[in-house]
Each structure stands twice: as C-alpha cells, then as structure tokens.
Design a protein around this ligand. Structure first.
Ligand code: NAD
Ligand code: IPM
Ligand code: MN
Length: 326
C-alpha cells in the first residue's frame, strides 16, 4: 500500500515552493498518494479558522506531511501541527553548499531544537496596561526525550559530539534543568558533548562555525540560532527542517511566507526540496532522499540560481534543473 503524504502549501511563497518540491517527490521512486490540505491566512479570511479540523485530521492520518509556510497566522498553524504529529524535536541542518557564496563556507551544522515547550508552551498574560508576562516551561521529561534523540543522532551519523546551548546563568531553574538533563543523558550514553551559553555561542558560530557539529537547544534558542546559521550559509532559502514524532513527522522549510517576494515566482525552492529529501529518508527511502539531495546540491553548485543567491532564475527554472538532474 502506498504511503499518504499530506501537502500543505499555506500562504505566500509556500504556494510556490511546495508544488515545486512535490514535483520532485513525484519524480522519484516511491508511489505516494498526495492529499492537499489548507491552512494559513487565506483560509482564516475565508472560514474564520487558520487550521481547519480537516487539515488536522489529514496530517494525523498521513504517513508524513510537507508544509510550506503560513503568514500572520503561522503560530496558529504550525505550532498545533507540530503537536498533531507529537513532534518533540525539530531537526534543522544548516550547510554551506559548494559553489554558493556562503558567508562561512565551512558551516556544517545541525540544530536539534526542543519542539514542545520553553516559551512556546504559551502561558502569556497581560497583567495591566504596563505589564505583560510569560511563563517559560522546561521539563525534565521533554529535555530527556530530546537528549535521547540527540545521542542516537550523533551515534547514528558519525557526528563527533554535540553542544548544549543554554542560558542557565540567568534562567537557573529552567535552563538549569535543560542543561543538566541533556548532560546526564549524554554521560549515560558516553556521547562526547560540551555546553555553551547561547549568547556567546551565537558569536562563535559566526566566527568559527567549523568548530561545531550538532547543537542541542531549547525551543526559542533553536529558532533564533538556526536563522542565524541561515545567514552564514546564504539565506533562509537553503534551510530545511524535520519535525519528528514517534509515529509521524512533518517537514517544512525553516523560512516563512517571504511577503517581499511572494507572487513573483522567484522563491528559492531548495529549502523545501531538501525538506522533501528528509521526508524520503524518514520514510526509509534513503536512496531517493540521497538522489534528491544530490540533484539539489548539483543545481546549487552550477545550475540556475534564484535572486536570493545572486542569480536571476525563477523557481520554475530551478525546479526544471533539479528534475533534469534527478
Ligand atoms: P521569512 O522567512 O518569510 O523571510 C525573511 C527573508 O528571507 C525575506 O527577505 C525573504 O524574501 C527571504 N526568504 C525566505 N525564504 C526564501 C526563499 N525560499 N527564497 C528566497 N528568499 C527567501 O521571514 P519573515 O519575513 O520574518 O516572516 C514573514 C511571514 O512568515 C510572517 O508572517 C511570519 O509569521 C511567517 N513565518 C512563518 C513561518 C512558518 O510558517 N513556519 C516561519 C517563519 C515566518
Ligand atoms: C519557525 C517559525 C515558527 C517558530 C513560528 C512561525 C511559530 O519561526 O518555524 O522557525 O517560531 O517555530
Ligand atoms: Mn523561525
């Protein structure tokens, strides 16, 4: 029986890059059954809700989901969808691809971002005209689950070590739990690791990214540091991600709807195609995943380029080039 893939383009350039990545998925081996779902600003305008129940059910019932981006309603869409697939980790590789003009060509990082809690647990209050508060949640159980994944990830991929990003000098309780739990689990598995305050880490990543492999981070730190790493490798058009849960997963580019270029047909589809490669590998189609990755990398290296990478090619030009090299 063929696997069902939910496809949710969303808003803005999601409508451009997701169809491009779907064409790539259709061109490789597995016989997937694709089912499209709606989410985002446009659906909210029409129906009053950014994440219709049918879309939630579709994602829950599918073997994997390919998502694009949502605009103003992004938090109402992507955070619940991450919960629908029970995703406890967001895997965000940031690599400088040969031939692209990366600020830091040595960059080859993977962020393992906690995906359920931190400030995203969402207990915000407006106490008065003057005061707004936010409760940040960090649990030992979520930190442990992430750490177990990080250890397997490092061992399974011949990565050398991981770095724990935190700010336990200020958030002694919350990031203290995070750092100590991840550290303890890594000790149990004898996985080499170190830790670093996240502010200093941001500087080190800019200056010497080659000194880091895998970075294990709290939710918001992972959000910010992965966008920082996008800057090191040539922009948000290059960063894919995988929201992994125990029995389901959702794949999406790290970027948003890019309102400044949406509708022009020039969005870089690489991040979404590389997310599709992660989807293939997650479902066990390693050869197809490798083939997609290789075709995308080959086009990045000497094929047509979208304006974000200094070229004047369209999304369509890049997609045709990737398809022809598959
Ligand atoms: P963004 O990622 O949409 O854009 C930031 C910059 O990167 C822009 O200059 C944009 O043109 C460029 N860029 C991003 N992806 C690109 C691509 N594939 N090709 C070429 N250039 C690309 O971030 P933003 O501008 O801060 O946010 C815009 C909207 O997207 C907001 O409404 C935000 O809420 C939403 N957003 C959604 C998600 C999501 O759905 N997961 C993620 C981030 C932001
Ligand atoms: C991302 C986005 C989301 C996040 C927002 C839109 C909720 O920035 O996927 O990186 O913060 O996780
Ligand atoms: Mn983000």
């Amino acid at each position: 029986m063929s696997e069902q893939i939910a496809v949710i383009p969303g808003d803005g350039i999601g409508q451009e890059v997701v169809p491009a990545a779907r064409r790539v998925l259709e061109a490789v081996g597995p016989e997937f059954e694709f089912v499209e779902g709606d989410a985002g600003d446009a659906v909210k305008e029409e129906t009053g809700t950014a994440l219709p129940d049918e879309t939630r059910s579709l994602v829950a019932a599918s073997d994997a989901t390919l998502f694009g981006a949502a605009g103003e309603t992004a938090a109402e869409v992507i955070l619940p969808l991450r919960s629908v697939v029970d995703s406890f980790v967001n895997v965000r590789p940031a690599r400088a691809y040969p031939g692209t003009d990366a600020l830091r060509p040595e960059t080859d990082l993977v962020f393992l971002r906690e995906n359920t809690e931190g400030v995203y647990a969402g207990h915000e209050s407006r106490l008065s005209d003057d005061v707004a508060t936010l409760t940040r949640v960090v649990t030992e159980s979520a930190s442990e689950r992430l750490a177990e994944f990080a250890c397997e990830y490092v061992e399974g991929r011949d990565e050398e070590s991981f770095t724990i990003a935190h700010k336990a000098n200020v958030m002694r309780e919350t990031d203290g739990v995070f750092r100590d739990t991840v550290d303890r689990v890594a000790d149990v598995h004898s996985v080499p690791h170190d830790e670093m305050l996240m502010d200093a880490l941001a500087t080190h990543l800019c200056l010497r990214p080659e000194e880091y492999d895998v970075i294990v981070c709290p939710n918001l730190a992972g959000d910010v540091l992965s966008d920082l790493a996008a800057g090191l490798v040539g922009g948000l058009g290059l960063l894919p991600s995988a929201n992994i849960g125990p029995d389901n997963a959702l794949f999406e580019p790290v970027h948003g709807t890019a309102p400044d270029i949406a509708g022009e047909g020039v969005a870089n589809p690489a991040a979404t195609m590389l997310s599709a490669a992660m989807l293939l590998e997650h479902l066990g189609y390693d050869e197809d995943g490798t083939a997609v990755r290789a075709a995308v990398e080959s086009v990045l290296s000497d094929g047509p380029r979208t304006p974000d990478l200094g070229g004047d090619a369209t999304t369509e030009d890049v997609t045709e080039a990737v398809l022809s090299r598959l």
